[in-house]
Design a protein around this ligand. Structure first.
Ligand code: SAM
Length: 320
């Protein structure tokens, strides 16, 4: 089913913006750093190479990514690789005996190895089971999600996570096919979108956005991102850095919102509206707007094109 069509999900990549990520982390050789999204281990290795006396905790929810990163970081005894979801970051750090970190990196989305393996079900370029779970041992596959959801839920997923259009037509067509047990492979999903949109000889752009929306829903990616960023901010020591790389507007919106929320004072109020107490901000935003990859990087790795990096620094407040 290799046909001409839109480029594959642009968020897949190998260590996008590694240079800027390392610069914004402003690594102290004796510090404690957390790479929440080890992936292929590229950023993790770049961090650990700068450590002398410091420690790296690298995690990923995908056991295969953990296996690869463990292998890659074998020469570095100061690295610990853990299979975990960064939405449980505080528990992971407690269990690793880390109370505060000097820097946390979240490089959201999926890795090129996840995308390129048809057996994982993320790619629309080759046929495979319609799975899309980052951790295949957790939750339900995209095929099951489609089969179990009603039309309104599928419409919401397509709209909120992919800005897919025409959303009603696609939601209705996919619901009908999923109920009939016809959406169990990636090829079947591609063909369904082609049929619904009446596009026969190429893969329409909507296929990319449908795949993206389903993947985000299957893995609860945006919810976990918000939780992970908040937990990371709370576990940084004053002066510690939080660096996040997003690959589509939904992710970047969450990063921006969480940074803004933690970067301004909060007012607790009495029922009559009077201020009870003002809780100081815990983050100082370092990047005025999103930092994007250089032209050189985009030329070398076109998948980096949509990346947006934001960085913040922990203030010496406990945030209430
Ligand atoms: C863009 S890749 C990271 C690539 C990595 N920085 C590198 O240098 O190779 C994103 C990785 O984050 C993982 N991931 C996504 N959401 C996660 C979550 N909530 N918790 C832990 N890992 C997650 C994915 O499994 C994937 O391996």
């Amino acid at each position: 089913m290799k046909e001409t069509g839109p480029p594959e999900q642009p968020e897949a990549h190998i260590s996008v913006m590694a240079g800027p990520a390392i610069e914004w982390l402003a690594i102290h050789p004796d510090g404690v750093y957390v790479d929440c999204t080890a992936g292929l281990g590229g950023h993790s290795e770049a961090i650990v190479r700068q450590l002398e006396g410091g420690r790296l905790i690298a995690l990923d929810r995908d056991p295969e990514a953990v296996r690869r990163t463990t292998e890659r970081l074998r020469p570095y005894p100061q690295a610990t690789v853990i299979c975990a979801n960064y939405a449980a970051l505080e528990t992971v750090l407690d269990e690793a005996g880390v109370s505060q970190a000097d820097g946390v990196l979240i490089d959201a989305g999926i890795s090129s190895s996840q995308l390129d393996d048809p057996a994982r079900g993320f790619t629309f370029q080759q046929d495979g089971p319609l799975d899309m779970r980052m951790n295949p041992g957790e939750g339900i596959s995209a095929a099951e999600l489609l089969a179990r959801s009603d039309e309104a839920a599928i419409e919401r997923i397509l709209r909120e996570y992919g800005d897919v259009r025409p959303v009603k037509r696609l939601a209705a067509g996919l619901t009908e096919r999923a109920r009939a047990g016809r959406l169990t492979t990636t090829a079947a999903l591609v063909e369904a979108v082609q049929e619904i949109l009446n596009v026969r000889h190429k893969i329409p752009e909507e296929v990319r956005t449908v795949f993206q929306a389903l993947r985000i829903a299957v893995n609860a990616e945006l919810e976990h991102l918000g939780t992970g960023l908040r937990q990371a901010a709370h576990r940084l020591r004053p002066g510690g850095r939080l660096v996040a790389i997003a690959f589509h507007s939904g992710e970047d919106r969450i990063v921006k919102q969480v940074f803004q929320e933690l970067g301004r004072p909060r007012h607790e109020r009495y029922p009559d509206g009077r201020t009870k107490r003002t809780i100081p901000p815990i983050l100082r935003i370092l990047t005025r707007g999103p930092v994007q990859p250089s032209r050189d990087e985009i030329a070398r790795n076109p998948r980096s094109q949509s990346a947006k990096l934001r960085a913040a620094e922990r203030l010496d407040n406990n945030g209430g």
